[in-house]
Design a protein around this ligand. Structure first.
Ligand SMILES: [Zn+2]
Length: 490
């Protein structure tokens, strides 16, 4: 009887009528898989972006309007726990390890176990063995923790050179794109240039806008690095990119890199592409709400590229959008605004904190007065001393700006930072932080931390196998569910 059953099962499997692991009956495995990771993109970041876009699009609305981002109406909605082996508040290395390999590890570790004695096998390695091409895209440097977790194994996420060399000499990745490399010649600048290693290993290097836009399907692997970078080899913050493009510059967006990746990777066996919005996290570390909202919009735009592709391949595509952890303890609602929110106030902010740090540096270099600083703050944030405006500064807010100004005008190595200053400014440029906190709070937003938090994060899925991603589960199950949907044994 058992033998007959086994024979029947084998026959049915051959006929393709038994669904593969994790698949509903009648569903096939996706040929194309997109995994978008909003670094630091918890529910508050997504919700704030929805309310911001809704407020901007409906200025006369009587009732609050939440706009849909490209992925917020996906049919399959899940939630994941994000803790790692070190903490409930994990880091990007351990959480990306969980999603890439299905295993928990320590904060700071990439695809090694907790005693650093063994490495894990990655979803990208399994997918590659199954014939798919692999893409890894990030808005930050491509050797940073999240992208690295999809092609490298390192006892520390800070081993940037080793990570880059693993990616460039390994066989996993076919398209590596976005930001640059943090240590192309090693920490001591004494190693062979990683770009030379890339060339020796047959990579095509595209590092002009024209070359990146002109990329097509090729047998060569492609390293595509934006020629315009901001801090730490990362793409320009979306809020700054939009302003600079309006001023006439040509700067590629995260979405442009997904477009290029699809062209490079598309082949008859399909592909797996991980795309990270890495600066949602960075802006939330810096408590810069408006900038994080624009980073979330940039990720939403990148997801839209995948949706447009999926519309042409509806039977073959799975899109997953999730986060590694929440950053900043962002929330909607603040002590002084209570039940009021004014998301529209954030449209007055025209700069990221990083770009405004440069404005402050120029003020410091020129010995500018507090009044000069207030003029720049009004120009870039709309905060004003003119009475009875939406963004009129209160006496208390002016006092906090004045204190931050005094510290920001002091040379960095001369500043005395006590506990009070550490709490107020989190190690960032004091005047940028004071301005961010004031405009956030006037809009009815706030942050509780300069670090990551332990909040669960959302998972949105659409397409072939998307049902598997509904429910509440652990981030390691992003790996297992993806493997099951792809019918890969592990
Ligand atoms: Zn972070």
């Amino acid at each position: 009887m058992k033998k007959t059953l086994a024979f029947l099962c084998a026959l049915l499997l051959m006929l393709g009528s038994i669904p593969a692991l994790g698949l509903a009956e009648g569903e096939s495995t996706p040929k194309y898989v997109f995994l978008f990771i909003g670094d630091g993109m918890g529910n508050p970041q997504v919700t704030a972006t929805q309310y911001y876009e809704g407020s901007v699009a409906n200025p006369e609305a009587v009732m609050p309007v939440a706009a849909q981002l490209s992925f917020t109406d996906f049919e399959s909605l899940g939630m994941v726990t994000t803790y790692d082996a070190s903490s409930f508040c994990p880091d990007s290395a351990s959480t990306a390890t969980s999603m890439a390999s299905g295993e928990k590890t320590l904060s700071g570790v990439l695809n090694y176990n907790v005693d650093l004695s063994e490495t894990f096998k990655l979803v990208t390695e399994y997918a590659k063995e199954a014939g798919k091409k692999i893409g890894v895209v990030s808005s930050v440097s491509v050797d940073h923790a999240t992208p690295a977790a999809y092609y490298a194994k390192a006892q520390s996420r800070n081993l940037y050179y080793d990570i880059a060399v693993q990616g460039l000499t390994g066989t996993t990745v076919d398209f590596l794109a976005g930001g640059g490399l943090l240590q192309p010649t090693g920490k001591e600048k004494d190693k062979e240039d990683a770009m030379e290693i890339a060339k020796q290993n047959g990579w095509t290097i595209a590092n002009t806008n024209e070359d990146i836009r002109a990329l097509t399907a090729t047998d060569s692997r492609v390293l595509a690095i934006s020629p315009v970078l901001q801090e730490s080899q990362a793409l320009v913050y979306e809020i700054d990119r939009v302003r600079r493009v309006a001023e006439g510059e040509d700067i590629l967006s995260l979405a442009d890199f997904v477009t290029a990746g699809i062209k490079v990777l598309d082949n008859e066996n399909g592909f797996f592409m991980m795309c990270e919005g890495g600066k949602i996290d960075w802006s939330c570390h810096a408590n810069d709400a408006a900038t994080s909202i624009h980073e979330t919009i940039a990720l939403s735009d990148a997801v839209q590229v995948a949706l447009d592709f999926a519309a042409e391949h509806p039977e073959d595509t799975l899109i997953i959008v999730t986060a590694d952890h929440e950053t900043g303890g962002m929330t909607i609602g603040f002590a002084t605004t209570a039940y009021e929110t004014h998301f529209n106030y954030l449209t007055n902010q025209k700069t990221s904190y990083v770009a405004f740090d440069s404005v402050i540096a120029a003020l410091r270099d020129s010995g500018a007065s507090f009044e000069d600083a207030l003029a720049e703050i009004e120009l870039y944030y709309g905060l004003t001393t003119t009475p009875e405006k939406d963004l009129t500064l209160t006496e208390a807010e002016l006092a906090s700006l004045s204190a931050a100004y005094a510290l920001s005008m002091t040379a960095k190595d001369q500043r005395v930072i006590g506990d009070a200053e550490a709490l107020l400014y989190g190690g960032y440029e004091p005047l940028s932080m004071a301005v961010s906190h004031i405009i956030n709070n006037k809009a009815g937003l706030s942050f509780t931390s300069y670090a990551h938090t332990g909040l669960q994060v959302p998972v949105y899925a659409r397409g072939v196998g998307a049902d598997a991603f509904a429910g509440l589960y652990d981030n390691t199950d992003i790996f297992t569910k993806t493997m099951d949907v792809l019918a890969l044994a592990y």
